[in-house]
Design a protein around this ligand. Structure first.
Ligand SMILES: CC(C)(COP(=O)(O)OP(=O)(O)OC[C@H]1O[C@@H](n2cnc3c(N)ncnc32)[C@H](O)[C@@H]1OP(=O)(O)O)[C@@H](O)C(=O)NCCC(=O)NCCS
Length: 155
């Protein structure tokens, strides 16, 4: 199975300045608020799952690795609006990929074009937990979504 490579380009300045670190328990409240505002997956939010992007002491973005019985999902990714399109989302995704516990990195999204640039490709089927998630969460949070996967180890 061939997997596209992520498009590489120089990191914008702001993205280089961002500190990526594990979330603190007290940050789950703001993550929940932002996830609700952006209609993201807010199931079972736990600090230990999240990487946050910090800029000058302010939380400007986050994403997580959400575990299931037969897969893990890159999920609940967001960058605060004033900080978008400066490479911060890409840095969060790359950080999550580096610490991903499995070789196949699944996600469900309604913006596949964004993730294609990061090396993900659309698939019609995934592990059963991902199929259940797309039926359960996507009906609730976002109108439509697709499953995407990327192999952690570049081929
Ligand atoms: C999606 C999101 C995380 C991207 O973060 P970001 O830091 O703005 O993105 P980056 O700077 O890493 O990437 C910018 C590139 O992605 C593209 N892009 C940004 N948002 C996009 C979108 N919604 N759809 C398609 N492409 C998008 C930009 O055009 C830019 O392309 P270029 O590199 O060719 O110029 C951010 O827009 C966001 O928080 N959106 C709301 C929450 C959301 O939709 N999360 C994902 C749900 S699965």
């Amino acid at each position: 199975m061939s997997h596209p490579r992520a498009k590489t380009s120089p990191q914008p300045t702001l993205a280089r300045q961002v500190l990526l670190r594990p979330a603190k328990v007290e940050e789950i409240a703001i993550i929940r608020r932002m996830a609700d505002e952006y209609l993201l997956d807010n199931e079972d939010l736990q600090a230990g799952q999240f990487t946050v992007a910090e800029l000058e002491g302010k939380l400007v973005g986050f994403g997580r690795i959400k575990p299931y019985r037969d897969a893990d999902e890159l999920s609940t990714l967001a960058v605060l609006e004033p900080y978008r399109n400066q490479g911060i989302g890409r840095r969060i995704v790359e950080h999550l990929i580096a610490r991903f516990p499995r070789d196949d990195i699944y996600l469900t999204t309604d913006i596949p074009a964004y993730f294609e640039k990061l090396g993900f490709r659309q698939v019609s089927e995934g592990p059963s937990a991902i199929m259940e998630k797309i039926r359960r969460v996507c009906a609730r949070f976002r109108g439509c979504a697709v499953i995407m996967v990327r192999r952690k180890t570049a081929e």
